[in-house]
Design a protein around this ligand. Structure first.
Ligand SMILES: NC(=O)C1=CN([C@@H]2O[C@H](COP(=O)(O)OP(=O)(O)OC[C@H]3O[C@@H](n4cnc5c(N)ncnc54)[C@H](O)[C@@H]3O)[C@@H](O)[C@H]2O)C=CC1
Ligand SMILES: CC(C)CC(=O)C(=O)O
Ligand SMILES: [Mg+2]
Length: 347
């Protein structure tokens, strides 16, 4: 079991440390962890946010546990040198195109979300976000128009094969759940979305047992707050999925709770919390490590087929929350290490 550990910037190392403690506590046979530098720390040490040495570690591993990247000190750098390019680059380089972001309300947190308890209680959804295309990877720039005004531009596009492969992931996920798939787009305005919708409909012919619906992204943002219980699986593009998943996190209580898996065609995957490097709380021991610990559970399940230890981690997190172990993000007073300790005690 070769696992690369890329902790990154800000709270990345703090939350990753707790997830690594949990992995060690499971006594998994052959567990081998290799650390690598990504993000601002990699740029400062090696002149690049995703050095070749790090890519080599990723390629030699069966799975990657990732913390977060992002350092405001680096925001003046040319874009290709900014910390965020580490995660974008890894996703692209390793072909991690399918991002699974589950959101479920934990028992005991119904009163602590941004929604009314009776609304929040119903949430059990999975966002399937395409991760290798869309406006994030299109050509972009800032140019000067003939009249002297500067214009920023970013090219949004999806090729049909890119949509088709994420559609299959989403339909299969829906088959293993309640059989409902909602494709979120902006087909009333964007040609990229029109193609997305057309391909979703084409692929749906192969999945007669899945009920496919479509929703515009602005309405989806509203429905996620109004009636999130209506969603089973949501499939959407890179940009919309990024935004809707942060929103979904507050519908279940905190961004510090949402884990993710980024999958390629094979079994290698990258696992990370959906949050960023949180510079506002970095270095203070305040970050909630549960999202990263839950990402480690997804790693065991998706890359190694280890359902039992994955479920053990998830049950320990759920038990800790039910027992009132909460970080500041949930109105509690437990710090990062105390939350890690609490999960370990309940494994
Ligand atoms: N995958 C990645 O590595 C990502 C990196 N970023 C980068 O992270 C940096 C900060 O971005 P923001 O927009 O502020 O998003 P963020 O997700 O880092 O933080 C947003 C808010 O949530 C809080 N928060 C995040 N994670 C938390 C946790 N585990 N426990 C408690 N509170 C938590 C933060 O304190 C902050 O108030 C930027 O440089 C951004 O580009 C942002 C998102 C994802
Ligand atoms: C650097 C960003 C694209 C990362 C992000 O916000 C995300 O993947 O959720
Ligand atoms: Mg995001």
């Amino acid at each position: 079991m070769k696992i690369a550990v890329f902790a990154g910037d800000g709270i990345g190392p703090e939350v990753t440390r707790e997830a690594v403690r949990v992995l060690h506590a499971l006594d998994l046979p052959g567990l081998e962890l290799t650390e690598g530098l990504v993000g601002g720390v990699a740029y400062k040490a090696m002149g690049h946010p995703l050095p070749p040495e790090t890519i080599a570690i990723a390629r030699a591993s069966d799975a990657i546990l990732f913390g977060a990247v992002g350092d405001f000190d680096c925001d003046h750098l040319e874009r290709h040198l900014r910390p965020e390019q580490a995660i974008l680059g890894l996703r692209k380089e390793m072909g991690f195109f399918a991002n699974l972001r589950p959101a479920t309300v934990f028992q005991g947190l119904e009163d602590l979300t941004s929604l009314r308890p009776e609304v929040a209680r119903e949430i059990d959804l999975l966002i399937v976000r395409e991760l290798n295309g869309d406006v994030y990877f299109g050509e972009k720039g800032i140019r000067t128009l003939p009249d002297g005004r500067r214009q920023g531009w970013d090219m949004m596009s999806y090729a049909e094969d890119e949509v088709r492969r994420i559609a299959h992931v989403a339909f299969k996920a829906a088959l293993g759940r309640k059989g409902r798939l909602c494709s979120v787009d902006k087909a009333n305005v964007l040609e990229t979305s029109q193609l997305w919708r057309d391909v979703m409909i084409e692929v749906s012919a192969e999945y007669p047992d899945v009920e496919l619906s479509h929703m515009y992204v602005d309405n989806a943002a509203m429905q996620l707050v109004k009636n999130p219980g209506q969603f089973d699986v949501i499939v959407t593009g890179n940009l919309f999925g990024d935004i809707l998943s942060d929103q979904a996190s507050m519908c279940v209580g905190s961004i510090g709770l949402l884990a993710s898996a980024s999958l390629a065609e094979g079994t290698c995957g990258l696992y990370e919390p959906i949050h960023g490097s949180a510079p506002d709380i970095a270095g203070k021991g305040l970050a909630n490590p549960m999202a990263t610990i839950l990402s480690a559970a997804m790693l065991l399940r998706h890359s190694f087929g280890l359902e039992a230890p994955a479920a053990r981690i998830e049950a320990a997190v759920a038990k800790a929350l039910a027992d009132g172990i909460k970080g500041g993000d949930l109105g509690g007073s437990h710090g990062t290490v105390a939350i890690g300790d609490a999960v370990l005690e309940r494994l």
